[in-house]
Design a protein. Structure first.
Length: 385
């Protein structure tokens, strides 16, 4: 809900897609600076403790956002500052949580576990923006209602992490920079991991036009907050249905090839969203994008987690998080800037087309690397009783 409310509040204050894109850059900087170091922390400190402490801090930030919205401060710098702090904490919290799944499941259940994790995310993505749009439009609630609901929802998150069993793992020692460099060297030397990261970046940098949604909604569909909420909700519905019926994904053998195809479908869906007539067809394209996104994320996670030893899991997962977040924020900046120079719809169309071309180029170059598509993991996950 905060992901919905914060860009909307900035757009309402400035009426500028570029200002929304600047938020993306402001959030990207701490994600890059803190994210890689956070992976080393996850391989050194107790992972449950890290997840709990950062979740408490994130809940406090959502509470402050609710207070500023209630007070009507309308301070752009404050919104950027809170977004930066939130991004820094998420750069630790997100990768730490991702390490729990392979530590709790045997290797042959990993893809199914990642699909289930994606299913829970898609439920949130589906319900959150739709509810947020209704709250923003409701008299007496508005943006502060979104922020406050987000803050209160952390109680369930804290309970869930606190109830996890103790997860033993080999804790890395040594300077953080040395530990981070070790993780990066491992990725560079693994064709499977390198291919997964390149494919994901091609999707997020060029074809994730979230910064354009408020402007496209205002330009093409009347600017109703409820319609804006449907954009992200429809992406979530497409991903939700794909996650529910994800069994065929678990049977795929050529993971990198399948991932590149899903990335191309993602780009084609957003390019079509920009030009199809009518709200119905536009939402259908967003649903297709959500379906492709779920396939991409499950395949990426399976490739990364099955080819990463547990002592490197925090650092490699942190690189996965940093690549996803930085790509998303760069994509928002690119979309916002290009939308200012051309139009929001033209920006979304160009970005989707570039994604198709980039995925094709990666396929031509990268699929010639020996061993890029093996499904036999180089390492094993920790099997819990």
């Amino acid at each position: 809900m905060t992901t919905f409310a914060l860009p909307l509040q900035i757009y309402d204050l400035t009426r500028s897609t570029f200002a929304v894109g600047v938020l993306a850059v402001a959030e990207m900087i701490p994600s890059l600076a803190v994210g890689l170091a956070g992976g080393a922390l996850a391989d050194h400190f107790d992972r449950r403790w890290l997840a709990l402490s950062t979740s408490v801090a994130l809940a406090l930030i959502s509470a402050v956002l609710a207070i500023q919205a209630s007070a009507g401060l309308d301070l752009l710098w404050l919104l950027y500052a809170l977004g930066v702090m939130q991004a820094a904490l998420n750069a630790i919290n997100g990768p730490v949580r991702r390490t729990f799944i392979p530590s709790l499941l045997p290797a042959d259940e990993l893809a199914a576990g990642l699909a289930l994790d994606r299913l829970s995310f898609q439920i949130t993505l589906t319900m959150g923006p739709a509810l947020a749009g209704l709250i923003v439009a409701a008299p007496g609630l508005g943006l502060r209602g979104c922020y406050l609901t987000d803050a209160l929802s952390f109680a369930a998150s804290l309970y869930g992490v606190a109830r996890l069993p103790e997860i033993p793992y080999a804790r890395v020692a040594g300077p953080t920079l040395v530990a981070v460099a070790e993780g990066l060297r491992f990725i560079r030397g693994s064709p499977q991991l390198l291919g997964a990261f390149l494919a994901d970046l091609s999707a997020t940098v060029f074809a994730l036009p979230l910064a354009l949604f408020p402007a496209i909604n205002a330009e093409r569909f009347g600017g109703d907050p409820r319609t804006l909420g449907l954009f992200t909700t429809t992406i979530g519905i497409g991903g939700l249905l794909t996650a529910i019926f994800s069994r065929p994904i678990n049977r795929l053998t050529n993971h990198t090839t399948a991932m590149l195809i899903s990335v191309a479908v993602w780009g084609a869906a957003f390019a079509s969203f920009a030009i199809v007539p009518g709200l119905g067809l536009a939402l259908a394209m967003l649903a297709l994008a959500g379906a492709a996104d779920t396939v991409t994320v499950v395949l990426r996670g399976t490739i990364i987690q099955t080819h990463t030893p547990d002592e490197l899991r925090g650092r490699v997962t942190a690189v996965e998080y940093v690549a996803a977040v930085s790509g998303q924020q760069l994509g928002n900046l690119e979309a916002g800037a290009l939308g200012t120079l051309t139009s929001p719809a033209a920006s979304a169309f160009i970005g989707g087309t570039l994604t198709i071309l980039t995925a094709t180029a990666i396929a031509i170059v990268h699929l010639g690397v020996p061993g890029h598509d093996t499904t036999t993991p180089n390492v094993t996950t920790t099997t819990r009783p």
